[in-house]
Design a protein. Structure first.
Ligand code: SAH
Ligand code: MG
Length: 198
């Protein structure tokens, strides 16, 4: 397991796969343990690095993870097999915005896919969250660019960073969720669904 994790980190750095930072996955693994989270939905598997680490937190933790890129999907399947997690991790090869989920609900949804689409993912998948469930989002700092979109010269980057800034505002003003922001790794948000009765 430890060797596989190191192997995946090396693969990611060699092939420019943007896997989660160590500090951030450590934070999420602690959150999973502390809140006794059992079933997780991940948007953006890449090669399975974060899915495998989340699934490793306890025997009864399961992860459904969605990836639209075929090379990464294949690599993810390979890694899930290598660590014997075929029963714990379900890898779905599809665009998350096209996925049809039925009759399932998750304790935790981890949004870590296209950064321009975070609001869409949030709005689509919040219906598949249990009461008091959590949505965690990665890369809210986007390597130090967030908060400075007006100073960015590249139009594409400025637009992307602007969308992350909008997402942060969306979370802050969302009446259904209580969101905390954490300055760990590339920036994380933890949004807990409020009790409807309150
Ligand atoms: N969670 C992974 C890293 C994911 S990188 C880890 O930390 O180990 C983001 C991934 O999301 C990329 O592989 C990209 O192909 C995928 N992605 C982006 N938009 C997507 C979408 N709409 N549906 C499915 N996958 C998507
Ligand atoms: Mg990320």
């Amino acid at each position: 397991m430890k060797d596989l994790i190191i192997e995946m980190e090396q693969y990611a750095s060699l092939h420019n796969v943007p896997i989660i930072e160590k500090e951030s996955i450590t934070f999420i693994m602690k959150y999973i343990k502390a809140n006794k989270i059992k079933n997780i939905l991940e948007i953006g598997s890449a090669i399975g690095y974060s899915a495998i680490l989340m699934a490793s937190t306890a025997q009864d933790v399961t992860v459904t993870t969605i990836e639209r890129d075929d090379t990464r999907y294949m690599e993810c399947l390979k890694n899930v097999k290598k660590c014997g997690f075929e029963q714990k991790i379900n890898v779905v090869f599809q665009d998350a915005l096209d996925v049809n989920l039925t009759d399932v609900s998750y304790d935790l949804i981890f949004i870590d896919a296209a950064k321009s689409q975070s609001i869409k993912f949030f709005e689509k998948f919040k219906y598949f969250l249990k009461d008091n469930g959590t949505i965690i989002t990665d890369n809210l700092k986007f390597h130090g660019n967030v908060g400075k979109s007006s100073e960015i010269e590249s139009k594409n980057l400025r637009s992307l960073v602007g969308k992350i800034e909008n997402y942060i505002e969306f979370l802050k003003n969302n009446p259904e969720f209580e969101t905390k922001f954490y300055n760990v790794g590339d920036g994380l948000s933890v949004s807990v669904k409020k009790d409807e009765k309150k």
